[in-house]
Design a protein around this ligand. Structure first.
Ligand SMILES: O=C(O)CCC(=O)C(=O)O
Length: 268
């Protein structure tokens, strides 16, 4: 086991990410989710519940809609699809997995560097959890993700560097950011793009450095990223962050693998 809580003999444990290019979900589930994404993007919420934030859609900018799974029956069905949950459990070795946040991400083709996601470790934003072990992301492609569409890029093995507290999701200047990240002695910065068919998925550990560049293709790059925990990790006691105060609500935070009781004491 590593500090990230994953068996290091697996590819995911070694590299800190895993890419599954071919569609993991049935076509009807994917198509319904694509339609659900478009509806949420355009402000239609068929569940009657708004996402937890929606900046509006501006084709000149990266669009990040938080917790879109609250706002669309089809996105909720996608998030809970057993094929995704089983793959996530197989990759991480988890006994139980819970969704605690989602982000719908649309990177329009005309957004240039305004569509960039800066280099970061997710742990920077996830301090309301007691430890990094057991925190990871499943990123589900809702469109084809090619080298031209600004794919996510992972830095191979960077989860082994520990938490460096340097990076910025909203940073646009990748070269300047890179200057600030201290690669430990004996390690190297090797970027690997996650190229995916629509319905394909990638996984990354919360300590793995990642970011993405401009979309130079002709179509939007669309995805929903699920932020997940395994039974290994508990929230910081008394923390009142939005994301850890909804863990016992199956609409906000569905347990997609195993049982709620596996997460005790947060869920009884
Ligand atoms: O979609 C991207 O390019 C980055 C997404 C991301 O940072 C994440 O899912 O953790």
């Amino acid at each position: 086991m590593t500090s990230t809580g994953v068996d290091q003999s697996s590819a995911y444990g070694r590299d800190g990410y895993s890419v599954h290019r071919k569609a993991v979900i049935p076509t009807d589930v994917l198509v319904a989710a694509q339609n659900g994404m478009a509806a949420v993007r355009d402000g239609t919420f068929d569940t009657g519940t708004a996402p937890s934030s929606h900046p509006g859609y501006d084709p000149a900018l990266l669009c990040k809609i938080n917790d879109a799974h609250l706002a669309s029956h089809a996105l909720y069905a996608l998030v809970c699809h057993p094929a995704l949950a089983e793959l996530a459990a197989q990759i991480t070795g988890a006994r139980a997995i819970q969704v605690w946040a989602s982000q719908l991400l649309i990177k329009p083709p005309a957004s240039g560097e305004q569509g960039n996601v800066g280099w970061h470790q997710d742990r920077q934003y996830w301090r309301y959890w007691q430890a990094p072990a057991g925190l990871f992301t499943m990123w589900i492609a809702l469109s084809e993700v090619t080298a031209a569409s600004g794919p996510m890029r992972f830095v191979r093995g960077s989860q082994r560097w520990g938490y460096l507290d340097t990076g910025d999701f909203f940073g646009r200047d990748h070269a300047a950011q890179r200057q600030q990240i201290s690669v430990p002695d004996g390690e190297s910065w090797e970027e690997v793009p996650a190229l995916l068919d629509a319905g394909g998925v990638s996984f990354h550990d919360c300590l793995t450095y990642h970011g993405s560049g401009p979309n130079t293709s002709v179509a939007p790059r669309c995805s929903i990223a699920l932020h997940l925990r395994t039974e290994q990790v508990q929230p910081v006691p008394e923390n009142d962050n939005y994301y850890v105060t909804h863990l016992d609500d199956p609409v906000y935070s569905p347990v997609i693998y195993g049982k709620g009781a596996d997460f005790a004491p947060a869920i009884q």
